[in-house]
Write a protein that binds this ligand. Structure first.
Ligand SMILES: Cc1cc2nc3c(=O)[nH]c(=O)nc-3n(C[C@H](O)[C@H](O)[C@H](O)COP(=O)(O)OP(=O)(O)OC[C@H]3O[C@@H](n4cnc5c(N)ncnc54)[C@H](O)[C@@H]3O)c2cc1C
Length: 432
């Protein structure tokens, strides 16, 4: 890859990171006629550690962007199968006006590539193998005015000198480690929940299961006796002969720091039936893990020309660990605010429109994430987790409510009593 010229390095907006948040933001910006540079340190297609599970919330975003989800490679699912406390319960995705009644599975190897190409097709200028090394900050105003970056070769090694990319607005969509946000002084908020998740793939006869399956019992001690962890294990059929298998744990448990994730995964999988094939000899990928930044663990989401979208702004849902839908939604919302800001005729009006992004995030997710914080604190107590698993799963109506709550799937206007209750509670809870 050759280095871009000075004019190619200038844009209206720079988006750092072409994951779901960045590619969605870039696509919407480009569609609105904004000159947008999308800088990505890897080259597509590339792996990303993930469960590859898409709930109806994420499907809605894909449909809105015109992604062809009926083509080959998309594995449809009809709901969630929950295993725990001696129960095995299948809960269909709710029938709603605002969301489809199915989810999908697609490996991130394909998924992120599709979204990045969609951004490119929309008119965004995607530069791959371009690692952003830091912000360029205007000395006088303290605002971000661009980024420095380096070209990388195919092995991720430095392949050129540092170059400057300039734009008056930058969207940090660089994932959970978000070096760009850190360099702009946005530290992680330690009073927010954090998860850690690991995943791998196995060849398995379960590969074409059209339910997302989650196991609620992960024991750090003797199974059935002590150390029930707040988290779950999952088995998601990829449809290509393999399953994505993994587990995630929350930092509200005392065991969080000391858990050996690979060992926990091995122990759990040993308890699954032999014929499923979830055994070492069928593993096709290494066990890899990463952090799940939850409940707005980084703020402000807008200041000084920099917007945070997706994991960089800590937008993973604390209830279920889902992050893709929120990355795409926040990417779209960031683009919307930028487009509006660019139409304003005064500096103050421009800034108000951008501040509107932070406000819109608060009103859309703030109260719900606060409820999520209460939830993760409660299940951090093994006794609460045990009670919920043992007694909750035998009550189908309660579980249907729980699914709506945990997956954030309610109708805003035409919902039933469950929807009204969840929406009402989310409105009452303070956004923080
Ligand atoms: C094990 C595991 C399982 C998960 N399972 C699910 C699941 O099943 N469903 C779900 O919805 N969510 C899941 N999540 C969460 C989900 O993966 C994230 O929430 C989601 O990827 C966030 O998208 P993003 O675009 O904000 O960030 P990312 O997907 O992390 O994308 C960030 C992008 O920025 C690029 N980048 C980083 N630094 C730089 C730099 N300096 N310069 C240029 N580019 C840079 C990266 O290469 C990457 O492409 C899981 C997470 C983990 C760890």
């Amino acid at each position: 890859m050759t280095e871009p010229t000075a004019s190619e390095r200038q844009a209206d907006v720079i988006v750092v990171g072409a994951g779901p948040a960045g590619s969605t933001a870039a696509a919407y910006l480009a569609q609105a006629g904004v000159d947008v540079l999308l800088l990505e340190k890897t080259a597509f297609p590339r792996e990303k550690v993930c469960g590859d599970g898409l709930t109806p919330r994420a499907v809605r975003q894909l449909v809105a962007m015109g992604i062809d989800i009926d083509g080959p490679g998309w594995m449809k699912n009809q709901g969630l199968r929950i295993v725990g406390g001696g129960h095995r319960l299948e809960l269909r995705w709710p029938e709603l006006g605002d969301y489809p009644d199915y989810g999908l599975v697609r490996t991130r190897l394909d998924f992120d590539d599709i979204l990045a190409r969609n951004a490119q097709k929309s008119g965004a200028r995607l530069f791959e193998s371009t690692a952003v090394t830091g912000p360029i900050v205007d000395d006088q105003t303290g605002r971000i005015s661009g980024v420095t970056a380096r070209l990388l070769d195919g092995d991720g090694r430095r392949a050129g000198d540092e170059v400057h990319y300039k734009a008056p607005l930058v969207i940090a969509a660089d994932g959970s480690s978000t070096r760009l946000s850190l360099a702009m002084g946005r530290q992680k908020r330690d009073n927010r929940p954090l998860g850690v998740a690991v995943r791998t793939y196995y060849t398995s006869l379960r590969h074409d299961d059209d339910w997302l399956e989650s196991w609620l019992e992960l024991w750090d001690g003797e199974p059935g006796k002590s150390g029930l962890l707040p988290g779950y294990g999952w088995i998601f059929g990829v449809g290509d002969g393999t399953v994505n298998v993994g587990l995630g744990i929350l930092n509200t448990s005392r065991a969080f720091q000391s858990v050996d994730y690979k060992d926990l995964l091995a122990k759990w999988l040993a308890s699954t039936p032999e014929r499923w094939g979830l055994r070492e000899e069928n593993r096709t990928q290494p066990v890899r893990g990463s952090a799940l930044p939850m409940g707005f663990n980084r703020k402000p989401h807008y200041a000084g020309g920099l917007l945070l979208a997706g994991d960089s702004g800590g937008m993973v849902n604390p209830f279920n660990g889902e992050g893709i839908a929120y990355a795409m939604e926040s990417g779209e919302m960031a683009a919307e605010s930028v487009v509006q800001a660019r139409s304003r005729t005064t500096t103050a009006g421009h800034e108000r429109a951008l501040q509107g992004y932070a406000g819109a995030l608060d009103s859309r997710y703030g109260g719900y994430y606060t409820l999520g914080r209460y939830f993760v604190t409660a299940i951090g107590n093994p006794r609460v987790m045990q009670l919920a698993t043992r007694h909750g799963l035998s009550r189908p109506t309660l579980m249907r409510f729980t699914l709506k709550l945990l997956a954030n799937l309610t109708d805003a206007r035409q919902g039933n009593a469950m929807d009204h209750l969840i929406n009402g509670l989310s409105k009452l809870a303070p956004a923080a």
